[in-house]
Design a protein around this ligand. Structure first.
Ligand code: SF4
Ligand code: SF4
Length: 327
């Protein structure tokens, strides 16, 4: 969330990088959220050839691809970016600070996978299939994800299942009686819950991850910690996998009636309040503004209801994100 040019997936966003003979070609989402060719970046020389669609932001999947490409070509080493930042074009770049922010999330995911397996007493080498959902289940390249630690290295099948919440909504409409199965699943999850915040295993592993991504700490110490847990070799294995991906993209495969909005689209609302502007100031993406009695949110920048800081910080409890309407 604190990556400077980071944005949620939408038209005009850099979502992937592909190796070419002259460098890494960025892939930029079009109006149908299909990746098209964008500028080519040579990670070694730092040169960029501006061709194709100019990106206006970077999605989470684009961040993964950028880190993978930069690590592959030695532009990122020991958590330092040579010739910081990596420039994509005049508007978009990826800096060492961005790398550290991304590392906090990547490290948490790898430490989280290990925590679940070690707590359940499952040897990682027994994990053969991994499911990826949401944006990861649609746009993320599993090979790149695996190389930077986001996928369990031992799995030999990766299933990308797109946005499961949309699939679930569709299934519910077609088969309302499945609520019973879901409630049973929920009860199982609640009784076998692992809370990372209070897990000693997670805490020990995440310290290692944090030091690796933030301070460039060599992995040797981390390897020794994993040996103690009986997970030796985890950081150094990568098995090839078969990819199962039934859909090319998320929304179009499920319902053509959903609109895909352009970057820069805004929503507005107004209400009576003290105009303290705490909501505007608490927005980490500078997506919210106020003028002439109207609050306006830039949907290209806003993180949506997963964030909600504007609403949470309203001392008068009058801010309602759901009251925004598209302009
Ligand atoms: S939800 Fe509110 S605080 Fe969060 S990014 Fe959007 S406008 Fe900003
Ligand atoms: S935080 Fe609440 S009271 Fe303050 S300006 Fe925003 S909506 Fe108004």
């Amino acid at each position: 969330q604190h990556i400077k040019c980071g944005m949620i997936a939408g038209p005009g966003e850099l979502s992937d990088m592909e190796r070419t003979v002259t460098g890494w070609r960025s892939k930029v989402l079009d109006k149908s959220l299909i990746a098209q060719n964008g500028p080519v970046i040579n990670m070694r020389s730092g040169m960029t050839v501006n061709e194709g669609t100019a990106p206006e932001g970077i999605t989470g999947t684009g961040v993964i691809a950028l880190i993978f490409a930069a690590m592959r070509d030695g532009r990122i080493e020991e958590s330092k970016i040579r010739n910081d930042p990596i420039r994509i074009n005049r508007k978009i770049s990826f800096s060492e600070d961005d790398f550290r922010e991304a590392g906090k999330a990547i490290g948490a995911i790898r430490a989280g996978h290990l925590t679940l397996m070690l707590t359940a007493g499952v040897d990682p080498e027994r994990i053969k299939t991994m499911y990826m959902a949401g944006a990861s289940g649609t746009y993320v390249d599993p090979v790149k994800s695996k190389e930077i630690g986001l996928i369990i290295p031992d799995c030999t099948t990766v299933k990308q299942v797109c946005y499961t919440s949309l699939e679930l909504a569709k299934d519910f409409l077609l088969k309302p009686e499945m609520i019973g199965d879901l409630n049973a699943l929920r009860d199982k999850l609640v009784t076998k819950h692992v809370m990372f915040a209070s897990s000693d295993i997670f805490s020990e592993l995440y310290v290692q991850e944090y030091a690796f991504w933030n301070d460039g700490m060599p992995l040797n110490r981390y390897r020794r910690v994993l040996e103690r847990y009986g997970a030796e070799g985890y950081l150094d294995r990568t098995k090839e996998h078969v990819l199962v991906k039934p859909h090319e993209r998320d929304i179009g495969d499920i319902g053509e009636s959903l609109d895909i909005v352009d970057l820069g689209t805004s929503m507005s609302m107004s209400h009576d309040c003290s105009q303290c502007m705490l909501c505007v100031r608490s927005c980490p993406e500078h997506a919210l503004s106020f003028g002439d009695g109207v609050f306006t949110v830039n949907t290209g920048k806003c993180l949506g209801t997963a964030c909600g800081r504007c609403q949470e910080n309203c001392p008068q409890h009058v801010f309602r994100y759901s009251a925004f309407r598209l302009n």
